[in-house]
Design a protein around this ligand. Sequence first.
Ligand code: TMP
Length: 211
Amino acid sequence: MTRGRFVAFEGGEGAGKSTQARLLVDALRARGLSVDLTREPGGTPGAEAIRALLLDPPGEGWGAEAEALLFAAARADHVARRIRPALERGEWVITDRFVDSSRAYQGGAGALGDEAITALHAIGSGGLRPDLTILLEAADEQVSERLRARDGDTSDAIGGRDAAYHRAVAEAFRRYAAEDPQGFAVIDASGTPDEVHARVLAALAPLLERA
Ligand code: TMP
């Protein structure tokens, strides 16, 4: 049995990652592939418990180091208990966010820097990388509109950070994608969900041909 394929959707808030992940899973299943759809932080009972701690922190909230360690801990459990076993069974795994979110949010926009996040990932998850990371890039106005529709006035501890933080997140994602053109596909997230889905499928064509 060949190892399955691992695809991560990444991007800032409201870029349409969850919608695109679902559309991709439907398309892959329609081709007869066995697919596991998951998300981060989360994807296992332990990692979902850590998600609740991260997005609705008790007390005065987490410091930058504790936050990065919690994301890495959630990911270690997710990789060990769900992602690696599914890949070893030959399934496709589609995740809504993975380590590049930690690199962009905690590493690039936060205080920690990319080396520290990459080191934590090596310790926690053996440095596992997706076969392809799909970075969805949306214009600011489109994002604000989608977020208003999705969240109303509520947003979590990280989504609710200021505009400068989210601009730094977007810049970091762009930088990582430019540094690794083989590993990333940068996709314009403007237009209808079906239009964006067609771009995602085109970016995945090389992986699908080898499946
Ligand atoms: P979600 O809104 O995509 O479910 O993600 C929850 C929040 O967690 C979102 O604001 C992005 C943030 N996040 C990080 O800061 N670092 C990470 O490693 C991950 C996976 C998410």
